[in-house]
Design a protein. Structure first.
Length: 174
C-alpha cells in the first residue's frame, strides 16, 4: 500500500516539472517565432528597396538616352559654344555651376519615377587617332566638342540614382 502511495506522489511531482519544461519550450518557440517574423519583414523591405532602386536606375538610363537624342538633334552645339544664356529648356549649358540653375531639364517619367538631366559643354576635345593602319606611325588630329550628360531620379521618397556619361563628337579636319 505504501508503494502505491509513493508512486502516486512521484507522479504529482513529475507533472509539475513537465509543466515547467513545457512553459520553457513555449517561451523559446515564441522568441524564435518573433525572430523569424522580424527577418521576414527585413527581407521584404530589402526587396522593396531593391525594386525601387532598379526602377530608378531604368528611369535615369531612359533620361540619359533622351538627353543624348536631344544633343544629337541639336547640331548647333557642335559648332557654337553655349553660354549661360543658352542654359534654358534645351539643357545644353556651359560647365556646371549652380544646383538651382535652369540647366536641369525634366526627362521622361518611367513607372512613376520622375527624372531630370543636365547637358554640360566641357570644351573642345583634341585627340590623335590612327588612320586605320594605312600608313603606320601617321596620325590625324580630330577636334570636336565634348559634353557631359548627368541624369538623376527626382522623385521624393524614392531611391536617388545619378548617372553620368561623356559624349565626344569628332569632327576630322580635312
Amino acid at each position: 500500500m505504501s508503494r502505491r502511495f509513493q508512486s502516486h506522489s512521484a507522479m504529482r511531482r513529475q507533472q509539475g516539472i513537465s509543466l515547467l519544461v513545457v512553459l520553457l519550450l513555449l517561451v523559446v518557440m515564441s522568441v524564435l517565432g518573433v525572430a523569424v517574423l522580424r527577418s521576414s519583414a527585413l527581407q521584404e523591405r530589402m526587396s522593396a528597396n531593391l525594386r525601387d532602386r532598379s526602377l530608378a536606375t531604368q528611369a535615369v538610363e531612359s533620361a540619359l538616352d533622351t538627353a543624348r537624342a536631344n544633343l544629337d538633334a541639336a547640331t548647333k552645339w557642335r559648332t557654337t559654344v553655349p553660354t549661360a544664356a543658352d542654359c534654358t529648356s534645351n539643357g545644353v549649358c556651359p560647365s556646371y555651376t549652380d544646383e538651382g540653375s535652369a540647366g536641369w531639364v525634366n526627362g521622361p517619367t518611367l513607372r512613376g519615377v520622375a527624372t531630370q538631366y543636365w547637358i554640360e559643354y566641357l570644351g573642345e576635345n583634341s585627340t590623335a587617332m590612327e588612320t586605320n593602319g594605312v600608313i603606320p606611325g601617321s596620325e590625324t588630329t580630330n577636334r570636336g566638342p565634348m559634353f557631359r550628360i548627368t541624369a538623376r531620379s527626382n522623385s521624393i521618397g524614392r531611391a536617388l540614382v545619378v548617372l553620368q556619361t561623356d559624349v565626344i563628337y569628332r569632327n576630322p579636319k580635312l
